[in-house]
Design a protein around this ligand. Structure first.
Ligand code: AHG
Ligand code: MN
Ligand code: MN
Ligand code: MN
Length: 332
């Protein structure tokens, strides 16, 4: 089989579509480089002596892991050099990151990211990931402020994730379907391995943190209750359950074999609006899932239609196989 590198694939895609945008290919290459670097940092595990937690909390109120901060720095360092971005925002930074003056080149994009998703899994050697979302910087804005980032998910130019699992993968969409690339560590390149990924429309597998059951809202309680009734219940089938506690791993599994992923709002999270972050997790993953033929909802509306009111805003998330998400949302 002829193997195609990420760049070869992107250039080919552009040729097919009559697009000519070298900058976009280079930009995605920098994202790939950052992910390779993070992959190495994660793989080193305890050898680097950075598996612990820090004293500090991020703006989300989470105790930061050393690797949360290290991977955040890697993502910024690699991606700020070429000048594609007017600014960046991340789960781990209170305010948008301003590109240093000497590196500013009127970048036309904004980069939003979760540098290490599932970081509670990092010191138990379970899959983690990186999630990113690229928005257009509003015309004429040189030094973007929070309001410039508050764009609905529907306006994303590109999004994707890297999964640091038993192999490292990069999965991306630029609005023309979803493609997956696997890192060949011997060569240091991502090669196309998953062309045009599609989420199976039906499933009998759900992913939810069951320990929150008593705090869920009624529609979620009722839906899961019906799933658990098995072949005799209204769903007429036996469901299976998975919960990795890394959204990236969960979404990747769903892209490959279908499923429904839920992090609903519950009574403990009511004040926050949910657990997952709209700009760094929900929107980029919704773009991927929808581009692969799945659905993504807050239960009440399509996630990518939400008009953000804050950079670190949280939302309830229900995404995955089309028919199952529709079924779940019908409980609302
Ligand atoms: P992060 O590590 O970036 O803070 O995100 C963790 C998220 C998400 O990846 C996962 O689905 C969820 O939190 C797990 O939450 P619980 O620990 O409550 O199950
Ligand atoms: Mn976190
Ligand atoms: Mn996360
Ligand atoms: Mn994170």
């Amino acid at each position: 089989m002829e193997k195609q590198t990420l760049s070869q694939f992107l250039l080919d895609e552009q040729r097919l579509r009559g697009i000519h945008d070298d900058e976009f290919v280079l930009l995605l290459n920098d994202i790939a480089t950052a992910c390779k670097s993070i992959s190495r940092a994660v793989c080193k595990g305890a050898l680097n002596g950075v598996m612990g937690s820090l004293e500090c909390e991020n703006i989300q109120g989470e105790t930061q892991k050393q690797l949360d901060v290290i991977t955040n720095d890697i993502f910024i360092e690699v991606n700020q050099v070429a000048g594609y971005y007017a600014g960046m925002a991340s789960e781990e930074m209170d305010a948008p990151y301003e590109i240093p003056v000497n590196l500013r080149k009127s970048g036309k994009y904004l980069l939003l990211f979760d540098p290490l998703d599932g970081s509670s899994n990092v010191n138990v050697n379970i899959s983690v990931g990186t999630i990113f979302s690229i928005l257009r910087c509003p015309e004429g804005v040189e030094n973007p402020k929070v309001k410039d980032y508050l764009q609905s998910g529907i306006t994303q130019v590109c999004s994707g994730y890297a999964l640091y699992g038993s192999s490292t993968m990069l999965v991306i969409t630029a609005g023309f379907g979803v493609n997956g690339f696997t890192l060949d560590n011997d060569v240091g390149e991502f090669y196309l391995t998953h062309l045009n990924m599609r989420v199976p429309e039906d499933t009998h597998e759900f992913a939810i943190n069951m320990s929150n059951q008593k705090s869920w809202e009624a529609p979620v309680k009722n839906y899961i209750e019906d799933c658990l009734k098995g072949t005799d219940g209204p769903r007429g089938k036996q469901f299976n359950m998975r919960w990795v506690a890394s959204m990236v791993a969960e979404v990747h599994r769903i892209l490959i074999r279908g499923g429904i992923f839920m992090y609903p709002v519950d009574s403990k999270l009511k004040d926050k609006g949910g657990k997952l972050r709209l700009m760094y997790e929900a929107n980029p993953m919704s773009f991927i899932i929808e581009q692969a033929g799945g659905l993504s909802s807050s239960g009440r509306q399509r996630i990518v239609n939400i008009k953000p009111s804050g950079l670190h805003q949280r939302v309830p998330v229900i995404m995955g196989s089309k028919n199952e998400v529709e079924m779940m949302c019908s409980y609302y």
